[in-house]
Design a protein around this ligand. Structure first.
Ligand SMILES: CC(C)(COP(=O)(O)OP(=O)(O)OC[C@H]1O[C@@H](n2cnc3c(N)ncnc32)[C@H](O)[C@@H]1OP(=O)(O)O)[C@@H](O)C(=O)NCCC(=O)NCCS
Length: 172
């Protein structure tokens, strides 16, 4: 059974391990969520622990999707932390478990993040995504505007440099 997407208000025991498992599965399936596909699982799990600590400390907001009580999708909001950027947030780590992709859950998570950001009084959202994938087209389809591109800014492998595409969404 699927529940969510919902904003996480309290970090449940085991959430970091669940995120580590989800993030590893998405990474192995060539997802563009911060790691090369063959990145060591220990590195991904360490990043998951740090990210959940950010949520616990209120530095990031997590919108979650659960399948049978286990984390199956995420998107994070990281609000600007000083006056000149308090009106905006970065959207990070949008991911859906490979078994559940292509059923509308990615769009639902992104829509929930936009709704949550609006509730927080934010005025705009920013994100970046990996070139050489269909992800820029995904964000265009969701109504985001590409505002820039950093050539060769991501090293996915020794001979695999990718552009980084930057997107913005203004909230009404
Ligand atoms: C990107 C991702 C979150 C999309 O979630 P999803 O559940 O598979 O996508 P949805 O089913 O919600 O698709 C919504 C719409 O976007 C389209 N779409 C989905 N993935 C797409 C892609 N990679 N490129 C272009 N369009 C895409 C769908 O066709 C659908 O269109 P429709 O509304 O006309 O039917 C998911 O594929 C994923 O987790 N990928 C791996 C992690 C990743 O790379 N995240 C990006 C971080 S920047």
């Amino acid at each position: 059974m699927i529940s969510g997407p919902y904003p996480v208000t309290g970090v449940r025991p085991g959430l970091a391990a669940e995120l580590g498992s989800l993030w590893t599965a998405v990474t192995r399936a060539d997802g563009a969520v911060g790691f090369a596909p063959d990145a060591p699982e220990a590195d991904i799990r360490a990043a998951a622990v740090a990210l959940v600590e950010d949520v616990r400390a209120g530095r990031q907001h997590l919108i979650a999707l659960d399948a049978d009580g286990t984390l199956a999708g995420t998107v994070f909001l990281r609000r600007g932390d000083r006056p000149v950027i308090l009106h905006r947030a970065d959207v990070l780590k949008l991911m859906v478990h490979p078994d559940l992709q292509g059923r509308g859950w990615g769009k639902a998570l992104l829509d929930a993040a936009v709704a949550h950001a609006t509730e927080l009084g934010l005025e705009q959202l920013l994100l970046s995504t990996r070139g050489g994938t269909s992800l820029p087209a995904f964000y265009v389809k969701q109504g985001w505007t590409q505002v820039g591109l950093f050539p060769d800014a991501l090293r996915i492998g020794p001979d695999d440099l990718r552009d980084e595409h930057w997107f913005q969404l203004r909230l009404s």
